[in-house]
Design a protein around this ligand. Structure first.
Ligand code: 2P0
Length: 359
């Protein structure tokens, strides 16, 4: 039984103290998660590319104590605005990780991507923290590496839905789909079977607007309740998920473009047709999309875009066109980027532990 794997079954003494360091990447959804039920159950399945360069490194230092406390620092500084989401995360995982609450914990974290760049750090942040926690659990319970990742994905989901997908690369699927074996709403599963056309696929992220979003993702998800198009959207996402799996397996780059661009625009169409309605794209977002379409038509290079819940544009393309696309960005697209900033990333392999010690 898969849910038996999530139970805490100690066989060893708890370490008195120690420190565990993990690294976990961000991810970009190809079929989007937009809409959820309590607690953190998606209303449709999603699939993502795991990234490589945009990642979070997190260390937890822990010391046995009579009462649970935690302190959180990002780039060496206390950041109060993160505390409520971390507190909520700890209260949600308590029944699954009782050992954690026998410690005082210091969390130190830093991101490789710039602060306030509009790139969600919650996916990389919660997955890195969750993997460090399940690494400690492995020390106490001796469970397998496979179960360690499964449980890390489960815990990550309780921090931020999309974080559940960051554990695995090159792709991860989160959410139940009737035709995908082992798919479920509680944690993501890895999807390895991608065609060589998608190996090292590039994601160059154009930072169009680095400001704080006017509507949070959590509020956006909630607006899918009572949304006039939600039923159609959820059934479309189920179809797109199945199609995307087949496209990734067969290496069909043209179909990949049509499904993923449609997903990006549908995500934003859902926002524009919510009540209340809102728009997260900026003028630069639309200008870049127009330019990408022109470039694709004139060059025959399969450059496409996808969008997250924000104004930034993720440009997706095969590695062999990297220099040509970077030249195009420098010449035609950089004018739309705030402070001329963009980030070069590509498909990566997921989260890892990089250091651990115990006393
Ligand atoms: C996704 N997004 O699939 C979609 C596409 C944004 C657009 O998941 O409330 O930060 O923490 O579960 O995971 C962003 O939402 O939201 C997101 P919570 P999350 O990547």
């Amino acid at each position: 039984m898969i849910f038996d794997k999530l139970k805490y079954k100690p066989i060893n003494m708890l370490p008195v103290s120690g420190k565990i360091t993990s690294v976990s990447p961000s991810n970009i959804a190809l079929v989007k998660y937009w809409g959820k039920k309590p607690v953190q159950i998606p209303t449709n399945p999603s699939i993502s590319f795991t990234l490589k360069n945009c990642h979070t490194q997190t260390s937890i230092s822990f010391k046995k104590s009579n009462s649970f406390t935690f302190d959180f620092k990002i780039d060496g500084k206390s950041e109060k605005s993160f505390i409520p989401k971390i507190e909520s995360f700890f209260s949600r995982i308590k029944d699954f990780t009782p050992f954690l609450f026998e410690y005082q914990i210091q969390i130190n974290t830093n991101n490789t991507f710039p602060h306030s760049s509009g790139i969600a750090s919650s996916a990389s942040g919660f997955s890195a923290l969750s993997l460090a926690i399940t690494q400690l659990e492995q020390k106490i319970t001796g469970f397998s590496n496979e179960d360690k990742y499964l449980k890390a994905s489960y815990l990550s989901r309780l921090g931020s839905g999309s974080a559940s997908r960051s554990l695995y690369g090159p792709c991860a699927i989160w959410g139940f789909h009737k035709d995908v074996i082992n798919s479920n709403d509680e944690f993501a599963i890895e999807f390895q079977n991608i065609h060589s056309n998608f190996k090292n696929y590039q994601d160059t992220i154009l930072l169009i607007d680095k400001g704080i979003k006017k509507v949070s993702s959590t509020d956006g998800h909630n607006l899918m309740h009572n949304h006039p198009f939600s039923k159609e959207r959820f059934s479309q996402a189920n179809k797109n998920l199945k199609d995307t799996i087949s496209i990734l397996e067969k290496g069909d780059v043209n179909k990949f473009i049509s499904v993923t661009e449609s997903e990006a625009l549908t995500l934003h169409a859902m926002m524009m047709t919510s009540n209340p309605y809102f728009i997260l794209m900026k003028e630069g977002t639309l200008s870049v999309i127009e330019k990408v379409w022109e470039f694709r038509k004139s060059s025959d290079i399969p450059l496409s875009f996808t969008l997250d819940a924000g104004a930034n544009v993720h440009l997706l393309y095969p590695e062999k066109y990297k220099q040509t696309v970077l030249n195009f960005i420098e010449k035609e697209l950089i004018v739309y980027c705030e402070n001329q900033q963009y980030i070069c990333d590509e498909v990566g392999s997921g989260a890892n532990i990089i250091n651990e010690n115990y006393a």
